[in-house]
Design a protein. Sequence first.
Length: 668
Amino acid sequence: MSRAAVQPTLPQNDTPAQQAKRAAQIAATRVTYQWTTDVPTLPGVPLASSVPPDDEPTLAWFLLLIEVGLKIAFNRLALDLAGNGAGLGSTELAQDVSDPRDLSGHLHQEVPAPPPHVGARLRCHEIAVSVAGIRAHYAGQPVGGILGRIGAGIEAGIDHAEHEVHRALLRGYAGELRSLIASIDADGLIGSPAATPSLEAYTALFDTLRVPGIAYSFQEDDVFARLRVAGPNSVLIKRVDAMPENFPLTAAQYAAVVAGDTLDAALAGGRLYLCDYVELSALVPGMWDGLQKYVYQPMALFAVPPGGAALTPVAIQCGQDSATNPIFTPSVIAAEQWGWEMAKLVVQVADGNYHELVAHLAHTHLVIEAFAVATRRNLATVHPLWALLVPHFEGLLFINEQAATSLIAANGPIDHIFGGTITSSQLTASAARLSFDFHAKMLPNDLAARGVADSSQLPDYPYRDDALLVWQAIHSWATQYVDIYYADDAAVTGDTELAAWAESLCGEGAVAGFTAISTREQLAQVCTMIMFTASAQHAAVNFPQKPIMAFAPAVTGAGWTPAPTVQAGQNRQEWLGYMPPVPLALEQLDVLYLLGSVYYRPLGTYLSNDFPYPQWFRDPAVIGPDRALPRFQAALQNVEARIVARNAERRVPYRFLQPSLIPTSINI
């Protein structure tokens, strides 16, 4: 059974016989966990060559996944019914399927004229009833909450073989649902792919799902600005102390936007911030269904007005070359307003690409896979760091394989929704992973490097403020944990498995900026970075996908018109022409709603992934009263309370870094 040792030990403290046993166990594990850089969709990125059984998802995870998948399927079915005029109101499929048993009454419901996909509808109901029965079998209570009691209240006497049968059944349901969803086209509603859409067509896609609030506010300038510090990609914006040479904003242009301020004063006061998407220059525009897609590399400038707290948008240049891309600014002149809306949409397309390919896939999923593989291959299961880190890798190899073989593969969602050819998107993600600098990207270092650490200069930065609270809690946990097993710095340098682990990460793991570890403080920082990236950082980039990115007009992956070259004279219809075809908006909704909905095992919850999911840690020095783990869990509760209090004061709450909503690992 995969659990932490009762008394983890360092290799140098073991007897020769124990050391030999450790070495044999590591050698056997290396047969199962092997490196490869030959995954075609992520060229050159060190990954696991396969997904071993220990990294397969649990029954509890599959239950969560399928319940979300059923919501998506029933939404598609409702769209199909509406599009085909079946006479069955969509409200009849709009129930919350958090308790799918409530849907069983529809199994034999008669409709006047059965529409297409009636078989799919009935099958979804059957799956819903079966899934509800499985959950009830283990939880012993109605479905409730995001985790119910699976993994926390299971009695150890439940039959293991029965559990494996149920897990296999659920895995089959997951694949079946994916096929069913793809088969429900809802063509009668979404119409011709080439037709110019309307905003109403996009909101109509949320038939039995709640329309996200961003749908009604995304055109507002303050919402556009706030997405830089509290949106899916809150890690790009940086302070500028001088205007870039290829961004020739004039003092007059600035003064016309920010009343009572000057460009020189804003620069001197450290109140100007830039999002530069030059890193997307490797993307090559692709095609979809015979239609040309467009990718952009804009620059967007924001300011904190004198005496203000929040960013305000100042100017956008839709490309890197100022000779062919004039600067657009907010304007009260009617003839210039739609040009400004186009420029904002250009930024949102670029932000969607940077988020998905760089900040999300490369900088969380792919980076942490290197640590997952290196940990298994170099640390014995009795090593204290193996015990600390392995729970933060749960489900990662499985979900990354899914991403590599379907999400970012040819004819997959990235290929369809995003602007670049699939090859150029893959290369962009791979390059971002290989250039990720481990120490430079540590949260305090990254904030300082981007010039956004000072809250007096940029007061309203929810990601920064909440992330620092979580970082500090994890760092305290890591420090206390390291001190339990490493008496001094000499114990760190004497740990041969740790040295091999670090060497593996520097070499075959290709983690840039990673170095040998020589002190307890350095080791605690490294562990903090790994745990933070696998939990909080991933949560910060993953879970905004549902409330923000599932609505395509707010953030999407491709433009459908060349970037505008003049601000004046544009109109609403031309602005709508930049938005994706409605079929792609529906695909985007389905994928991002799913990715942003599965909350499994919140941070601070350490359970085995082996049925019946017992507690992971067993060393009294870690789990005893007032020891490191209870202190960490108490610290997370305090962080939760502080963020909840902050959100009560914020104009728009930022919930993505509340510890109760941060999974321990990258499992979705």
